[in-house]
Write a protein that binds this ligand. Sequence first.
Ligand code: E4P
Length: 220
Amino acid sequence: MEFILDTADAEAVRDLSEVMTIAGVTTNPTIITRSGKTPEQVFSEMDAVLAPEQKLFMQTVATDYEGILADARKICSLRENMYVKIPVTHDGMRAIKQAKREGLGVLATAIYSPDQAFFAAMNGADYLAPYVNRMCNYGDGVQWVRELHTMLELNQLPSKICAASFKNGNQVHELMLAGVGAVTVAPDVVRAMLDHPGTKVAVEEFTSAWEAAFGRRTFA
Ligand code: E4P
């Protein structure tokens, strides 16, 4: 499974990459505009912190077929392991087909149902990003992604699910348990999953007992 960070914050990527195995970074237009940086700045900061094998995903902004393709070609020319995120509108679905004919790496995004994702998989998208938390406004987002996982397996479609739009670690946990191919998670949700107060307490108990017995807080 690939664990991806959903952020425009390069510092967070650097910090979390030191303690976790991160496959790449996803952004979207909202994440970039909220960062207060230009897309060029975000790209260059991410490119500097990511290893060449780590993937970077940036999203098209144009909404018409030709414009989406122009954005997609530009995005994919920026570096190796660069993927374009294309929303699954009608123009986007057409553009996904053409982008795949051109050999671009594609993530189909803004997915609100398993069926939309399935159609994008039939068009050859490499990744499918169902918006788990947003789907929960319409039904059980986690369950729908489990169903998508089964639909892809039964139909032998090779697209990888990159479940997105998580608001808590439990949603991520449920989909890791379901065996989806990838998740993209914001750094604050990742930190909430990574850190547990019990770990800190346990480590302090060990160290204090050691210090009381041997007068030092190191093994050696
Ligand atoms: C990632 O690829 C998506 O763009 C992102 O997870 C959407 O998340 P949001 O629902 O928090 O905007």
